[in-house]
Design a protein around this ligand. Structure first.
Ligand code: PAF
Length: 282
């Protein structure tokens, strides 16, 4: 497995693979890898000949009150996980390689990024779209795999790729959960044992909502967000948002909605967790 630190070397690696007609799959990450990331790597192996994992804790997607320095990092562990999973190259640039000190250009999606996490993290998605565009320019992939766990991020990136005609196929892989239902996330490590147990109310509420919609159809949507909020608050969480939206455009549910996104963000202790469910109405 190759470690690549510079954009020039990364582009050279990918150009050479493309020259040999090898399909390149990229899995962009901020490191501190877990089974969720491993499932993205497995998916990349199914769809591509060469798998690149990027490991870069992107400063521009952290807000002024979010502690970039505290984001968990363990490069040696990430490296060995990638090696075991048959990754071909890890692109792990330093921040100075990715960002010039006098940079003045952003890539910014202006619709999908406004609600949900965009409300409490107003500059977050501009940082994500900018770095993902830059990572695409560095790794030159045919396919890029992202997780459904970050549902809004996945939609924002798909929209960016469509709107800018980027020659990359974006594939969204399903959420990976712990045996007890907690969605896997690098942030779970911040949860105390008690908060981790309390946080199970999020996935439990999503499962109950899904079951209710299967039984009662659209009728179950009435008051759904409010009833999930009651459960999460009673379970010891602090709700940031709970929204039930049209999964195709993140707009309010209407007669034409075919698929729902139930999106939740809630704090347990000081840790903000997100989770979601996609539910087909047909
Ligand atoms: O989902 C993440 O880990 C990050 O937001 C991403 C897509 C790697 C961009 O930094």
């Amino acid at each position: 497995m190759k470690l690549i630190k510079t954009i020039a070397e990364m582009q050279q690696f990918s150009k050479s693979a493309s020259h040999h007609r090898q399909k390149i799959g990229v899995v962009p990450t901020m490191g501190y890898l877990h089974e969720g990331h491993m499932s993205l790597i497995d998916q990349a192996h199914k769809l591509a000949d060469i798998v690149i994992v990027t490991i870069f804790v992107n400063p521009t997607q952290f807000g002024p009150n979010e502690d970039l320095a505290k984001y968990p990092r363990d490069f040696d562990r990430d490296w060995s996980l990638c090696e075991k999973r048959g990754v071909d190259a890890v692109f792990a640039p330093e921040p100075e390689e990715m960002y010039c000190s006098d940079r003045s250009t952003w890539v910014s999606e202006e619709k999908m990024s406004q609600g949900l996490c965009g409300q409490s993290r107003p500059t977050h998605f501009r940082g994500v779209t900018t770095v993902v565009a830059k990572l695409f320019n560095a790794t030159l992939p045919d396919i890029a795999i992202f997780g459904q766990k970050d549902a809004q991020q996945a939609m924002v990136i798909k929209r960016m790729v469509r709107d800018l005609n980027l020659p990359v196929e974006v594939v969204i892989a399903p959420i990976v959960r712990e045996a007890d239902g907690l969605a896997m996330s690098s942030r779970n490590k911040y949860l105390s044992a008690d908060d981790r147990t309390r946080a199970l109310v999020i996935s439990a509420s999503l499962r109950e909502a899904e079951a209710g919609i299967k039984t009662d159809g659209r009728k179950a949507l009435c008051g759904l967000a409010e009833s999930i909020a009651v459960k999460i608050t009673a379970g010891g969480g602090r709700v940031d948002y709970i929204e039930v939206l049209d999964a195709d455009n993140l707009e309010s549910v209407s007669e034409s909605t075919r698929c729902l996104l139930i999106a939740i963000a809630a704090y347990f202790g000081v840790t903000r967790l997100i989770d979601n469910a996609l539910i087909n109405l047909d």
